[in-house]
Design a binder for this molecule. Structure first.
Ligand code: ATP
Ligand code: MG
Length: 336
């Protein structure tokens, strides 16, 4: 990182609640890769965020390592980026407490994710689910972040993070840099293949509508062939009336670089029986090398450990500086 000191900082995280999906890849990770040469890059595996829903401990541990392997396999270079596991850097929990005192009940109640996840987990609407955006604000603000590359669904949380930072700066003077969400032009909201009204998510009960990065070619092809479309049989972009087809077009555009016009011309008069497998094949071609590389990396636990150990060391250095500054500003006596 030393030669990157003057670069602006990109920071992002994904929580290991399940296996990474094509949504995580197109909405977030692919964008991170594109920004790496221009920005100093810090990527977190947000295990603390994961326990806002009930997680089997063994699954959480496995997902955490798998996620790191997929970060690296996607082309992010551990020599150039900081990768760390959130629970290894205790400053996240500590800053989160302070920021919680500058976050309002009303604004937290209005967060779409809180409302959605509360509806989905009606028997477990816990405090962590409610204060999730506060911990996320702490994640971002600890690292003097300039940009946060995320999918559409996280835009609201990044905006709340700015509001919290602004409020704190208003009381104590310039402390936090105000971060900006950066979204991909296409792929910011990949929808479920079976329910194109719903976002593709890794914590969904069934993965029939989600393409997992670890799915085999065969599984990917089967899921695309079964993708919900409409009865018009015409490949045309119309996000309002042709949600399923438009979603497939967005996916195809992301993995091939083709524009919607080009795609419409390519499949003119060809129908969905040709279109759906073509999207499946293009996705297989993109994900196959990533999956193979991730499996190779996953087998080398010592290497993974060296990456997240070094990442935690570097992340802690930055985070502890920010937390000390905050503690001083709010009036906590310095620990001798
Ligand atoms: P969960 O179901 O546990 O909330 P998730 O699939 O929504 O999982 P997150 O960890 O919440 O994944 O989000 C990780 C990143 O991926 C965020 O930047 C988020 O905006 C992005 N992302 C998640 N799902 C999609 C999607 N369907 N399309 C585009 N981006 C997405
Ligand atoms: Mg999510």
């Amino acid at each position: 990182m030393e030669d990157n000191v003057k670069k602006l900082i990109q920071y992002s995280a994904i929580k290991p609640t399940g296996s990474l999906t094509l949504g995580s890849y197109l909405g977030a990770i692919k964008n991170w890769c594109g920004l790496c040469s221009e920005y100093s890059s810090i990527f977190c595996i947000a295990d603390m965020h994961s326990i806002t829903i009930r997680m089997d401990p063994a699954v959480l541990r496995r997902n955490t390592l798998e996620q790191l392997a997929y970060y690296i396999a996607s082309g992010l270079d551990p020599e150039k980026c900081i990768f760390y596991i959130q629970s290894h850097v205790h400053e996240h929990a500590e800053l989160s407490w302070v920021l919680g005192c500058y976050s309002m009940f009303g604004e937290l109640s209005r967060m779409t994710q809180f409302k959605d996840k509360s509806a989905k987990n009606a028997d477990n609407i816990n405090g962590g689910l409610f204060t999730y955006p506060v911990l996320m604000a702490a994640d971002i603000l600890l690292y003097n972040t300039d940009i946060v590359p995320v999918g559409e669904d996280q835009r609201q949380h990044v905006e709340l993070c700015r509001d919290i930072a602004n409020r704190f700066n208003g009381v104590y003077g310039e402390t936090f840099k105000l971060p900006k969400a950066v979204l991909p032009k296409v792929g910011a909201k990949v929808m479920s293949l079976t329910e194109p009204d719903k976002k593709m998510s890794k914590s969904d009960d069934s993965d029939a509508g989600s393409i997992l990065l670890k799915d085999t070619d065969e599984v990917i092809m089967r899921k695309f062939k079964r993708a919900v479309t409409d009865c018009e049989t015409c490949v045309r972009f119309d996000a309002e009336n042709k949600k399923g087809v438009s979603n497939l077009m967005a996916i195809y555009s992301c993995v091939t670089g083709k524009s919607f016009d080009e795609i419409e011309r390519e499949f003119d008069g060809k129908g969905y029986g040709v279109f759906k497998p073509a999207v499946g094949e293009a996705v297989c071609d993109t994900l196959r090398p990533i999956r193979e590389e991730a499996n190779r990396i996953l087998a080398d636990k010592a290497y993974l450990e060296s990456v997240y150990a070094e990442g935690a060391r570097k992340a802690s250095q930055i985070a502890s500086r920010t937390l000390s500054k905050v503690y001083k500003k709010v009036g906590f006596v310095k620990k001798p």
